[in-house]
Each structure stands twice: as C-alpha cells, then as structure tokens.
Ligand binder design. Sequence first.
Ligand SMILES: *Cc1c(COP(=O)(O)O)cnc(C)c1O
Length: 367
Amino acid sequence: MSFPPIRPELAGIEPYGAPQLTKDAAPVQLNVNENPYGPSEACLDDIAASVREAARTLNRYPDREFTALREGLAAYLNTDGGQGLTRDEIWAANGSNEVMLQLLQAFGGPGRTALSFAPTYSMYPEYARDTHTTWVAGRRETDFSLDLDAAVALIREVRPNVVLLPSPNNPTGTALPPEAIGVLCEELGESALLVVDEAYGEFRREGVPSALELLPRYRNLVVSRTMSKAFAGAGLRLGYLAADKAILDAIRVVRLPYHLSAVSQATALAALRHADELLGKVDELRKERDETVGWLRDRGFEVADSDANFVLFGLFEDRHAVWQGLLDRGVLIRETGPDGWLRVSIGTPDEMTAFKTALTDVVKELR
Ligand SMILES: *Cc1c(COP(=O)(O)O)cnc(C)c1O
C-alpha cells in the first residue's frame, strides 16, 4: 500500500482540466468555451456595490435557500423557454458541475447507473465515479445525433437511474430535438431522471426550442443551465437547474450547508440585473459561429452543425500536430472529441481572424 491511502480506484488518476496557459504563452484563448466579452463598467459597479453590501454580513451564514437568487433565475428562464417557472422549481450551486454532482449524489450511488451517449461531456463519468454510480456510455451516430431506437433499447437493457444529455452537446454542438426528449422521458417513466444539460442553451439557432418548454409535461425532466457561458460568468461559478419541487427536495438532502456564499449570491443577482447587456453579445457570437462554420466548410473541412459557442471540425490525420501548430502561433484551441477532430471556441472577430490565419498556415505547412 502506497501513501497516501487513497481509494484504490482513484490511485494514479490525473485531475481533469484543460491546459491553462498564460496570455503570454497563448494570446488567443479559444479552448474552454468562455465568452470573450467581459462585463461593462456599469455591471462592474453594480457587482462591486452588491459585494460590498454582502460583505457587511459576512459574520453571518448566508441565506441557505438563496431565495432572491432563485426568484431572479426563475424570472430569467421564463424569458427563454420557461413556462411560468417559480423559485420553488429552481436550484443553484457553484457551477452546473456542482449541480450535476448533487444530482448524482441524490439519484445515483452504489447499485445505481448513470447513462449518456458519447462523444459527450468528459466530466460526467467523473461525477459517476465520485458518487460510486455505475457509468454506461452509448454511442451517438456519425453525425453526432441520437438514434432514438438504439437509445431506447439501451435504456431497456441498462435501466439507468439518471440519463445525462447535454443539448447542445459538448464537444459536438448538437442540439436534441424536443421529440427525442419526450420519447426518452416517457421511456424512463417515474423511476429515472432525464437531465438535459443546457450549458449552451442560449446559443441555439433560431427555431431550436429549449427543453424548458417540456418541463410542465414531464415530472422526471431536469434542465440545467449555467452563468459560465452565455452570461460571461465562468469565474463566478454559478450553475442552476429547473425541475419538479420534489427533485429539489431530494437535492437539499445532499447539498452542503450554506453551499452558495453570500458573495456568490450577491454577484449572481447583480449579473442578472444586467442580463440584457451580458446576453447581448450572444447574438454576435452566434453570427460569428455560423460564419466560422461556413468558412471552415468552404475550405474543405468537416464541420459538425453547431448550436453552441464552439465548433467541432476536422478531420486531421494528426490532430495533435494541428493543435500544436496553432499554439505555436499563439492560438490555443482544444484537442477533444473523437479522433481526428478539434474544437474551437468562438471568440471576438479579431480572435477568429487570428485563428483562421493560423489554421491556414498550419495546414499548408503540414501538407
Ligand atoms: C461548460 C459546461 C458546463 C458548465 O459548467 P460550470 O460548472 O457551470 O462552469 C456544463 N456542462 C457542459 C456540457 C459544459 O460544456
């Protein structure tokens, strides 16, 4: 037995994380799907004043139920697909990563199974491992859509307790049609949850509905969102979900006491007051995304349709060489997804120009 006496299944495992390089090492950072636009001065002032007020009460524990924040999040969701959600149907935590870990703490566990369809978000198997939940991954089609018949067959075979499906999916950008969500919710019935992870929901293309619209119809449906992407709040660590009250009560059993600090609550509320401004850049990013997809296709690359703020493209015989070539030119993207593919986050027009110039250069060099 070697030191430290860690759980055997964790021994030797590297912690998850995309490479974090300084601005000097990589001036153009398009690797973790951040929003390239920061908050305005007015928003910064509001956050600073709100945190200052919150600081007065830091000797006390914060509102354990973050009531005002849940109200603000419900009101926001009702502008983007929510059907009259109230604060009683909203939960939040330190990033949607924590929200999903809490879901598996409450609904997974020993003898229970979580299911997803690969390629998908690389954190899901880690939540499963950390909660002693059995992890099963089915496959997506070659166009990264979901074959519903195969998905239903796998559900019947595996009998999962939780199904995790990002829509739009990371790293492919693929959105799930609402019919698919309906079929899966009905197949799972009351004995399992379908968690639709809409971390990139706000970036979906015109006419693509949110799973929020289906919440009144399916009690076993959970829709999670985050302030990390569209809200330009990756550093804030605020994720949330909308679901039936009974599901929230189950999460309350496993959450740590006072898990959302007074500072987080105050900052998130201030950001919500500036939602129009923060989300205002989403339209620009969607346009830039569609342009990037077109540009890559015009140059003969394979590109997955994207409803997110990133684009998966390929196919490269040696994707690592392309990734490295871009980095050598100051552009950091992500080596992720199926073999041969790379993922680029959508940045400012200047950053996308730098990416396109570097990619053209690298491909010429490697040819
Ligand atoms: C970025 C991302 C999240 C957001 O995580 P946070 O913890 O809220 O920052 C959730 N799900 C997927 C699929 C993501 O790509």
